[in-house]
Structure formats: structure tokens, C-alpha cells
Design a protein around this ligand. Structure first.
Ligand SMILES: [Zn+2]
Length: 277
């Protein structure tokens, strides 16, 4: 099983990512949560264009990606579980939690350190919320996130097959949590005990700062509850809440050129100052 995962990790990642995109796109059409306000053609052109660019840039800078670095750490006997003789299941559970916590931490820092927020606001500036928002990141944020996760993987000495599964799980979750789709409330409550749901993550895309600075989790909801950054619902409700950035309501933020240059444009002084602490 482990050998199969490692031999086919690229295929597992690509197939699960593609299936998640297709399934969520169909789900959004069948049961939309909110009415979209912007032209789908305009938003999707920008969001898919930056996604393709991200994939190229990240592959160029990190050709081995997280799994390759985990294999390298194994060869070098670097990182906790490559140094001690722990049972595989313990190494697997601790690594899964450590990788997801690293993602929580890197996301928290994106919101709380001004230079990183400049990158991350590209993700938050979309005026609507659907699965393509989960693909919309500035390439420099993609590099920062990958670097952060690679560092965590190597320090923990995570088993490469576990890293491969977590990479696929995180990609699926990234598409799922940005779904503009309805889940029965009871099912949402049940799922939230184990994984982040679209209703939970939508709160994070509110224009209200207090809501934006909550629900950072990638796959598991535990970290937000543990670190007291959990906010169950938006104050204005899922239909009434406003999405995006209060300072960026112009639809030019949907275009590729704005997305690529946004980190280098002047920021509103009050917002920049808030984030620099
Ligand atoms: Zn965020």
C-alpha cells in the first residue's frame, strides 16, 4: 500500500484534485448557497489563469515538492521520525496533525504580518465565493506556503506516503471548503466535528475583520477551536454577509493583472497598520 502510494503520488494527487473540482462544480450548480454577483466568465478567467501560473511557478521552484523533500529527509536521516524508532501509525498520526497545524500557522501569519497580508489579500479580494476562490493565490504566496509545509515535513521527518496523502487531502479540502453549495445544517454540524466545511470557511471570507481573522484551518477544525480563533457563523448570516475586502470593491480585482500586481500596490493606511503588529 505504502509503495503503491509513493509510486503513484503524482497521479493520486492529480486525479483526486480533478475529481474534487468536478464534483464541487456540479454540487454548486445543483444546490447553490448564495447567488453570485459577478460575471462568472470574468471571475473564472482570472482565477483559472492565476492557478495555472501558480502550478508552473511552484513546480519550477520546488520540483520535488513536499513528498520529494520527505524522501530526501528520509535518506539524510533528518527530522524527528527519521531519528527515532517509532511505530508507523504514531509517526503517521503525529505527521498528519503536524502538517495540518503548520498550514493553520502559515495561514494565521498571512493575516497578521503586513508583508504576507499583501500577498494573501489577492485570495480574499474576490467579490464572490465559489470553488475557484480556493485556487486563487498569488504565486509568491504559493511559494511561501510550500516552503512552510516543506520545513514542517522535514522537521517532523514525516513518512513520505503520509505527506502524499496529506497533500491530496489538503487540495481536496481547499476546493471543498470554498464551495458555494448548501449542506443540510445537521450534516454541516456533524462534519464540523472532523473537518472544515464550506459554511465554516465562508465566515473567513467576510469583509468584517473580526470574522476574516477566524477559521484559518485547512482540513481539521481542531486548531481554530484550540487557539480560540473559531467563529461558528457570520453575524449577518450566510445570505446577508458581505464577501471580500471592504477597501477593494472594484471589479478590476477579478483580473489577472490586478492579482499579480496587488501585493506591490499601495495599501489603505489603516489596514496596513493593523496588520503590521
Ligand atoms: Zn485567509
Amino acid at each position: 500500500m505504502i509503495d503503491f502510494i509513493l509510486a503513484n503520488e503524482r497521479e493520486i494527487y492529480s486525479v483526486s484534485y480533478f475529481l474534487a473540482l468536478t464534483a464541487v462544480a456540479v454540487w454548486e450548480m445543483a444546490a447553490p448557497r448564495r447567488a453570485l454577483t459577478q460575471s462568472l466568465k470574468r471571475r473564472w478567467t482570472g482565477n483559472f489563469a492565476i492557478t495555472i501560473l501558480d502550478i508552473i511557478v511552484i513546480r519550477l521552484v520546488f520540483p520535488m515538492a513536499a513528498v520529494g523533500m520527505a524522501l530526501l529527509a528520509e535518506d539524510w536521516r533528518f527530522g524527528l521520525f527519521n531519528l527515532i524508532n517509532a511505530p508507523f501509525w504514531i509517526a503517521a498520526v503525529v505527521s498528519i496533525l503536524a502538517i495540518d497545524f503548520a498550514r493553520y500557522l502559515q495561514h494565521f501569519l498571512l493575516h497578521h504580518w503586513s508583508p504576507l497580508w499583501r500577498l494573501h489579500r489577492v485570495h480574499h479580494a474576490d467579490l464572490d465565493y465559489d470553488f475557484t476562490v480556493g485556487l486563487r493565490f498569488h504565486p509568491l504566496e504559493g511559494l511561501y506556503s510550500m516552503g512552510f509545509v516543506v520545513a514542517a515535513v522535514m522537521l517532523v521527518g514525516a513518512p513520505p506516503a503520509v505527506v502524499a496523502l496529506m497533500e491530496a487531502a489538503t487540495a481536496i479540502s481547499g476546493v471543498f471548503v470554498h464551495a458555494n453549495a448548501r449542506l443540510p445544517l445537521g450534516l454541516d454540524r456533524l462534519l464540523r466535528t472532523l473537518i472544515v466545511t464550506p459554511d465554516m470557511h465562508r465566515v473567513h471570507h467576510s469583509t468584517a475583520r473580526v470574522e476574516q481573522d477566524s477559521n484559518y484551518g485547512a482540513v481539521f477544525p481542531f486548531w481554530d477551536k484550540l487557539m480560540q480563533t473559531y467563529r461558528p457563523q457570520p453575524a449577518a448570516g450566510h445570505q446577508g454577509m458581505s464577501l471580500g475586502l471592504p477597501e477593494m470593491r472594484d471589479e478590476q480585482c477579478l483580473g489577472l493583472s490586478w492579482m499579480l500586481t496587488a501585493p506591490f500596490l499601495p495599501q489603505p493606511q489603516n489596514r496596513a497598520a493593523e496588520r503590521s503588529s
